[in-house]
Design a protein around this ligand. Structure first.
Ligand code: NAD
Length: 464
């Protein structure tokens, strides 16, 4: 086909992941693409250039982006980067567009067709393209590893001739994709695990992983649309806080993962609760980038409180396990790109009516096309002065409140389509893990259905 793919080294120095792997190089070459990977793009993910070359890619430089028909990325390209891309190129990345409307306008002005991977509908067909799940799963794992590293005692019970080391008590708050993997990992390390969630359905999944589910009687079920949580009423929050206050004082490690689509992260652990914990206890707040579940958590920092409790607020947690995260992310991108290739003609063929395309396409043919942004993004000439993109510099983090602001836009027909329940699925369209009866997050629960549009609108910087 002669069409080409370029994979740059991420300009954000805090980003160690890369959007392609030797496995996906081979697969993409099999689809007929010529692949160029920027020198050292896989360095922090432990993929050396020669591995890419062996798989069939060429090693190139940043300016090779100008010739590519497809650019694969982790993070949204900066306006400076996107200016170097070829008009009409497809750009696949985690775009984090809310609060970054100027950059969306810049992508439209550059004439690229940009896809926001985090808007992928959570339907059976798109399971293998779901970057939120693949990265959250690893974040849940890494949260436990980070906690274990900070915890200056052993996690499993050890009965030795010199005495017995008690098992650590781990409490996981929020049992979605990240929480369930945190439970599974803590169990594998031999901890005694309890978990809570506001969705009653999570109880069964928690128990199937060998942990105890804790939920207040006053809160029967706070499931919202599509299997996601709704915000609690003040009364429910009070009941939950009472339950947590009593339980948390006895815990050694607490991992919080609670999120509500379109809202700032719920505050679950108060300063008084932290004060009630023993010195040396660890709290890992995976929701810190969305405002945090824990009072006193600081984004990007490990805070030690006056009573000796450490509150861990690492950013980009999937990036802390970059080599694994890259392999999964690369596969997510490959699986989506494959749906936009005519296999017989061996050329790109984007079906504008495909629900996956409709749900994820941000810009096309010089315009902003995503329904959530058509009214909010100003054309580039009228937009605020273009952000000068300093080379390899971490972008500023946006406050969680912007997610809520972003959620205020209206629902469109395209989103309603994408929000339809997954429906019956054939074995053929499930990834290997699902075929074997196990979900990518390591559980054997069934998928509930698509993420409703209203909720997807709140999806932003969750993985950053
Ligand atoms: P999420 O990241 O939106 O939230 C994390 C967890 O926090 C959720 O389980 C939520 O119920 C919980 N939570 C919210 N408020 C809370 C509070 N006050 N206290 C305690 N917990 C609270 O969720 P997620 O990981 O994206 O998954 C949510 C749902 O989506 C689950 O039902 C999951 O099975 C489903 N899912 C479906 C697919 C699919 O392909 N259909 C893929 C992934 C996940």
């Amino acid at each position: 086909m002669g069409q080409s793919i370029f994979v740059p080294k991420e300009v954000d120095v805090t980003e160690g992941r890369v959007a392609i792997s030797p496995e996906t190089v081979k697969r993409l070459a099999g689809l007929g693409f010529d692949i160029v990977v920027e020198k050292n793009a896989g360095e922090q993910s432990r993929i050396v250039d020669s591995e890419f070359e062996k798989a069939g890619a060429k090693i190139g430089k940043a300016s090779d982006a100008s010739k590519a028909d497809v650019v694969l990325k982790l993070r949204r390209p900066t306006p400076a980067e996107v200016k170097t891309y070829k008009k009409g190129a497809l750009v696949l990345a985690s775009m984090d567009p809310y609060g970054n409307e100027g950059d969306v306008a810049a992508m439209a002005a550059a004439g690229v067709t940009a896809f926001a991977m985090e808007f992928m509908p959570r339907i059976t067909r798109a399971q293998s393209m779901d970057v939120l799940s693949s990265q959250a799963n690893l974040a849940g794992y890494r949260a436990v590893i980070d906690a274990a590293a900070e915890y200056d005692r052993a996690l499993p019970m050890m009965m030795t001739a010199a005495g017995t080391v008690p098992a650590a008590k781990v409490f996981v708050m929020g049992a979605g994709v990240a929480g369930l993997q945190a439970i599974a990992t803590a169990r594998r390390l031999g901890a005694v695990v309890t978990a809570t969630d506001v969705r009653a359905a999570a109880g069964e999944q928690v128990q199937s992983l060998g942990a105890k589910f804790i939920m207040t009687e006053a809160l029967k079920d706070a499931s919202g649309d599509g299997g996601y949580a709704r915000e609690l009423t003040d009364e429910e929050k009070k009941a939950q806080a009472e339950l947590v206050a009593e339980h948390i004082a006895k815990q050694d490690i607490v991992i919080t993962t609670a999120l509500i689509p379109g809202r700032p992260a719920p505050r679950l652990v108060s300063t008084d609760m932290v004060k009630s914990m023993k010195p040396g206890s660890i709290i890992v707040d995976l929701a810190v980038e969305r405002g945090g579940n824990v009072e006193g958590a600081k984004a990007g920092e490990v805070v030690t409180t006056a009573n000796g409790v450490k509150i861990v607020g690492h950013l980009n947690v999937p990036g802390r396990v970059a080599a694994s995260a890259s392999l999964l992310y690369a596969k997510n991108l490959y699986t989506f790109l494959e749906t936009m290739v005519d296999k017989e003609k061996k050329e790109l063929a984007v079906d504008m009516e495909d629900e996956l395309v409709k749900a994820t396409m941000l810009t096309h043919d010089g315009k902003v096309v995503h329904p959530n942004f058509v009214d909010t993004v100003k054309p580039v000439a009228k937009a605020a002065a273009p952000r000068k993109a300093p080379a390899r510099k971490a972008p500023a983090r946006k406050p969680a409140a912007k997610a809520a602001a972003g959620a205020a836009t209206k629902k469109t027909a395209a989103q309603k389509t994408a929000a339809k329940p997954a429906g019956a699925s054939s074995a053929a369209d499930k990834p290997a893990a699902a075929k074997s009866g196990e979900n990518p997050d390591g559980t054997n629960r069934t998928r509930k259905g698509a993420r409703p549009a209203r909720q997807r609108r709140g999806e932003r910087s969750r993985r950053r």
